[in-house]
Design a protein around this ligand. Sequence first.
Ligand SMILES: C[C@H](O)[C@H](O)CC(=O)C(=O)O
Ligand SMILES: [Mg+2]
Length: 394
Amino acid sequence: MPMPTIKHIRAYTVRGGGADYHDQGDGHWIDGQISTPMSKYPEYRMTRKSFGLNVLGTLVVEVEASDGTTGFAVTTAGEIGAFIVEKHLARFVEGQRVTDIERIWDQMFHATLFYGRKGVVLNTISGVDLALWDLLGKIRQEPVHAMLGGPVRDELTFYATGARPDLAKQMGFIGGKMPLKHGPAEGDAGLEKNLAQLADMRERVGNDFWLMFDCWMSLDVNYATRLAQGAREFDLKWIEEALPPDDYWGYAELKRNVPTGMLVNTGEHEATRWGFRMLMEMECCDVIQPDVGWCGGVTELIKISALADAHNKLVVPHGSSVYSYHFVVTRHNSPFAEFLMMAPEADEVVPMFNPLLLDEPVPENGRMRTSRLDAPGFGVRLNPESQLARPYEH
Ligand SMILES: C[C@H](O)[C@H](O)CC(=O)C(=O)O
Ligand SMILES: [Mg+2]
């Protein structure tokens, strides 16, 4: 039977959680006081929504094959992403065979170079790429992890990101990553408060549990070095995204400065093999954290991960739910995964892309059997109750 071709690609937007997990209601821990690159402006310090963290919303990309099979994926790109898919990328997708993912990726990337390279354009390309992998899996009746070479372990192990590592420990996770609250603009008093929060959490969780700080691009080398040195006595496992993503030189300096054994992790807002090549060749970090919905999709993550392997770096993708689980389970240099606690108080496990997907698996006791990922494609369905809009058509 000839391989089906792609008949249609459609782009939708949806608000309220989903792939734009920052798009939450008021009072959610993820919108509490968190140190950001905007924290130097007091008027944008207390919530991240105040400076527009949730402006994009979720993009849903749907691809339909000539045999009627559909695949889809979600990412953070909203209406801008929908425009790019419908008005620009569709031409590289429609009419191609469903197996032509590599060529479609190459054409999408090179045709958008003049306004793309990173950020929302790469989020959008990632969304299309993930939808194509989902479609291929559904046509082949295989999970994406099988198409990537198959699992290398029987279960995934998770650390939790959220405001309550103490509760995450009770829920069976191997570690807890807290958002850093206070940035350099709050001076030494803020630094002391950050360290006091870590000390308090170490007291609550005891010694046999990882604790990490997520600094969300907000520090400078001097502050990050002092934070890392102060955090040593509380056994901070890693300091994450301490600096703006373009400051490769700063990361290299920070990595030289941190106490022996403390890891420097980054890459959540980096994209493509070329961006990660900079991080690796400049010795910026120990662990890279690409988001498969932002870095270029699975097609690009395969390349990033191979590059990391050759540099003896671990790849622990940022969030991204099933899209990263199917990858992590197939790679030796991805020994554990992140789970983002999306309950408003970080006090229970809820699906990360809640309420957009159905059948989205979640860790139980901090673990997930690989068999939970055994459905075709990425194994998830769009919740039919989602209020999808299609702002552009081609
Ligand atoms: C909690 C962080 O500020 C951010 O919202 C998520 C993140 O960076 C991560 O999960 O890592
Ligand atoms: Mg992070």
